[in-house]
Design a binder for this molecule. Structure first.
Ligand code: KIV
Length: 264
């Protein structure tokens, strides 16, 4: 069993082998996903919605993400563990470094931040201090109130071009991974091809270097609604382990996401 590292994820991009990722929030699910050979486990601030029943991710705190990161880390032997920096936890350099340190000490191997080129100094400051960074562009849920809802981003040419510029700026600043959420398939492809770092998509079409789903959506048990970009693998297989296996197979083969899970 070889541990997944950021160089391993980079090698998967180079070899055009799709990266598989799921969110996880506790040791039992982390262990099960890890045993099925999921490459990346994200302790997402989606925990506010799927665990706590909040309307959005904004109320989630660093201590809550750290608590779930410790649990996921205990259940994980192989996968790469990525933790979300929650809303306003990277608003000032002092807060950023302190909060990133809390998540790394809890067991994260990388932290994820939502935002574009304006984050360049934050990212380079973290990387210089030994904290690997994953960017997050497109539908960044912490900005839901700026967007006026959970909406597909980058449909207009000017906004698509801005997202490409942002992606390049994040890579230039030192980000080593990018999550790209809810953008049209053509933009997902353009950003993936423009970057040398791996791009993991969610609702960004089939051309990204990998796919991530919120685990509750993949099992079809989310409390509120099922996003178009997700698929209920538990309904198809009737067994949690088989559901994860099928998700992995379909991501690796390119069968998921189909056009019905993607945006024009
Ligand atoms: O919080 C989360 O689960 C995420 C995924 C949607 C990528 O950021």
């Amino acid at each position: 069993m070889k541990k997944v590292t950021i160089s391993g994820l980079q090698a998967l991009k180079t070899a055009a082998t799709k990266i598989t990722a799921l969110t996880a929030y506790d040791a039992s699910f982390a262990k099960m996903f890890d045993e099925q050979q999921i490459d990346v486990l994200l302790i997402g601030d989606s925990l506010g919605m799927v665990l706590q029943g909040q309307d959005d991710t904004l109320p989630v705190t660093v201590d809550e993400v750290a608590y779930h990161t410790r649990a996921v880390r205990r259940g994980t032997a192989r996968a790469f563990v990525l933790a979300d920096m929650p809303f306003m936890s990277y608003a000032t350099p002092a807060d950023t470094y302190q909060n990133a340190a809390t998540l790394m000490a809890a067991g994260a191997s990388m932290v994820k931040l939502e935002g574009g080129a304006w984050l360049s100094d934050t990212i380079s400051g973290l990387v210089e201090r030994g904290v690997p960074v994953c960017g997050h562009l497109g539908l960044t849920p912490q900005s839901v109130h700026v967007f006026g809802g959970f909406k597909v981003q980058g449909r207009e040419e000017s906004k698509a071009n801005k997202l490409i510029e942002d992606a390049l700026a994040l890579e230039q600043a030192g980000a080593q991974l990018l999550v790209l959420e809810c953008v049209p398939t053509a933009l997902g492809k353009a950003i993936t091809e423009a970057l040398t770092i791996p791009v993991i998509g969610i609702g960004a079409g089939p051309c990204t270097d990998g796919q991530i789903l919120v685990m509750h959506d993949m099992f079809g048990i989310s409390a509120n609604y099922m996003p178009k970009f997700s698929k209920n693998y538990l309904q198809e297989t009737g067994d949690m382990r088989q559901a994860v296996q099928k998700y992995i197979e379909e991501v690796k083969s390119g069968a998921f996401p189909a056009s019905s899970h993607s945006f024009e």
